[in-house]
Design a protein around this ligand. Sequence first.
Ligand SMILES: [Zn+2]
Length: 273
Amino acid sequence: MNTKLPLFILIVLAIFSCKNKIENKATDSTVNEDEHEIVHQKEHKHWTYEGETGPEHWIEIEKESDCDGKRQSPINIIDVNAIDEASLKPIDIHYSANVKIHEITNNGHSIQYNFEKGDFIILNDNEYRLKQIHFHEPSEHTINGIRYPLEMHLVHVSKDNKIVVLAIMAQEGESSEPFTFLEKFLPINTGTTKLIDTDFDLNQNLPKDMGYYTYSGSLTTPPCTQNVTWFVFKTPITISLDQVKQLQKLMPLNNYRDEQPINGRTIKQYTSR
Ligand SMILES: [Zn+2]
């Protein structure tokens, strides 16, 4: 009995140590795969806003993208060429004061605020949920050739994955309280996300005049997906010079894509009456 017990323990220990070795080996191979993945990612150049990975090279970097398509964004909107269509109505916006910003993320291309469910717009009887807002600095769309210091994009997606983006220009003027709130979560390092979990009333960021230009374009970043319905508000909101400077300091710099060819597209406009 006394001699058999230590022998039993030895056998059990031997089995366990063997099993450990197998598990260690498995872990080693996982690590190797990860390393391989990292090496692979390094070989794949990521798109940026300048130099050899800048907008002119997006189609070489993102071969499956629509970045070389014929209906791309942004564009320069020339007011006199926009068709004043009587059937157009104000955008049917349903933003609530009780919807929370879930988190803020710096994806290296912009500062983005991801919203919880609740805000939406209705377009042609379809509901488009607000997913996120982000900024371009300076603006991407130009109006009569004018580039504003900042453009805010409110990105909405329908159940069947159709995209509507509302674009709001900001110019220097009176300071904006909602911007003070949004800026208080900055700076945020590239590649990081911070939980916000706070109510935010997006109505506060809308211009007083709801007149807009609308056209069919694309996402302005790879994969440059087309058939995005754009609504660009004619009237900018104002933020203070300090707020502009603060964003310039804390956001990815010059994160805008140049004007894309119109290629025969019509730009319609709604003028508030
Ligand atoms: Zn954008």
